[in-house]
Structures are given as structure tokens and as C-alpha cells.
Ligand binder design. Structure first.
Ligand code: SAH
Ligand code: MG
Length: 212
């Protein structure tokens, strides 16, 4: 039996109990099953730990799957702030982070991300890594905010940069507004002179950039 590269790698790692539990609760609550891919979850943990991030910002919490991955990479007094529109999602995420023993490192703020980002700026908060994973319509705005709120050399990561599930960005015939926004976002990731970047084509695509 031939399996694809993603399945092969997943089979090497086997089950991650905390993340399995988190995914199960997300399913049980009838929430969308759109948590970050397991391989990218592992990458988020690695990136946070490799740059020794002290402050991490996530835009789009859902059930806390990626939040667990980000928080796992934090050392010492490192903190994650995660922004979520839905108070129901935030509640499930708080439960999942508590189960994973990570509550003390994570603050979830509920509201429109654009408002919450403004608030963080007014509070003078700055971040070493920003993970963008909320509404695709605002990805370019979130990139602007990541540049505004990022410390020097900040790492910016954005999920779903290929949007394979709902009309792929590679399909020229796909012209939905989210697809177009993501295309524009990818173009900026690639061409913004302030950024050094790459886009990983596995799973649903992941953009990674570092502020020069
Ligand atoms: N990062 C999560 C998945 C996020 S899914 C993970 O991988 O585990 C996208 C989330 O963004 C959803 O929970 C959705 O409610 C939230 N969202 C959508 N629009 C938003 C907005 N304008 N402001 C804040 N959160 C938003
Ligand atoms: Mg995503």
C-alpha cells in the first residue's frame, strides 16, 4: 500500500495524547475541524523554541490545538496571547489548554481580532512570533499588524496559504474573495522588502517569514 508523504510522516510520530483529546473535544462540540495540520503544529512548537520566543501572538484560537503547540515551545516566563471572535470557541480552547497543563502561559482574548490588535498596540505589547490563522479576508491586515506588533527579527507564520479545501489558490478558475485575498497575501509575503520568507506547500500551505 502506498501512502502519501504526509501520512508516512504522521505514522512515524504516532499519537499525541493531548492533541488527540483536544481534537476530540473540538469534534464533540460540533466546532469546525480546521485545526492546524499535525506537522505544522510540531513546526510551531519548534519555531517558538528555536527563536526562544518570550511573547507569542496567535490570531484565531478555535479549540486551542495550535495554542497548545505554540505554548509547548515557550520556556520560562514565555507567554502566548491568543485572539478569538467566538466566546464558545475560546471556552473550549481554555478547557483544552487547562487539560494540557498550559493555562498559566496562555491568555485568550475574545473579540474582533482587529479591535484586539489595536488594544494590544495601545498597551504597548510586542511579540517575537505571530501566528495568523483567523478569517482569510483580513490576512493582509493581520500581516500589517504583525509587522507593527513584531519585535525586531520577529517571525510571522500564516496557515492555509494554499487554501486547498475551499477552492485552491493554484486554480486560476477559483476567484472567491478569500482565495483572492490569500493570493494577495502570498504575493506580499514573497515580495515585501521587510520580510525574508518561504511558503511550505505541504498540507494546506504555511507561510513563514522573518522581519529583516
Ligand atoms: N489556530 C487554530 C485554528 C483557527 S480557525 C488551530 O489551528 O488550532 C479560525 C478561528 O478564527 C475560528 O475559531 C474563528 O472563530 C476565528 N475568527 C474568525 N474571524 C475572526 C475575527 N475577525 N477575529 C477573531 N477571530 C476570528
Ligand atoms: Mg488554519
Amino acid at each position: 500500500m502506498v501512502i502519501n508523504a504526509e501520512e508516512y510522516v504522521e505514522s512515524l510520530y504516532g499519537k499525541d495524547e493531548q492533541l488527540e483529546k483536544a481534537s476530540q473535544r473540538i469534534r464533540d462540540q460540533g466546532m469546525p475541524e480546521i485545526s492546524v495540520a499535525p506537522g505544522y503544529g510540531r513546526l510551531l512548537t519548534l519555531l517558538v523554541s528555536m527563536i526562544k520566543a518570550q511573547t507569542v501572538l496567535e490570531i484565531g484560537t478555535l479549540g486551542g490545538y495550535s495554542g497548545i503547540c505554540l505554548a509547548r515551545g515557550l520556556e520560562g516566563n514565555g507567554r502566548l496571547v491568543s485572539l478569538e471572535l467566538s466566546s464558545e470557541h475560546a471556552e473550549v480552547a481554555r478547557g483544552n489548554l487547562a487539560e494540557a497543563g498550559l493555562s498559566d502561559r496562555v491568555e485568550i482574548r475574545v473579540g474582533q481580532a482587529l479591535d484586539l490588535l489595536q488594544q494590544l498596540d495601545e498597551e504597548g505589547k510586542r511579540f517575537d512570533l505571530v501566528f495568523i490563522d483567523a478569517d482569510k479576508e483580513n490576512y493582509l491586515n493581520y500581516l500589517d499588524w504583525a509587522l507593527q506588533l513584531g519585535n525586531s527579527n520577529a517571525v510571522i507564520v500564516a496557515d492555509n496559504s494554499l487554501m486547498m479545501k475551499y477552492g485552491s489558490v493554484m486554480d486560476a478558475a477559483a476567484q472567491g474573495s478569500n482565495v483572492q485575498k490569500i493570493r494577495e497575501f502570498n504575493h506580499r509575503i514573497v515580495s515585501d522588502p521587510r520580510l525574508a520568507s518561504t511558503i511550505l506547500p505541504a498540507y494546506d500551505g504555511l507561510a513563514i517569514a522573518r522581519v529583516k
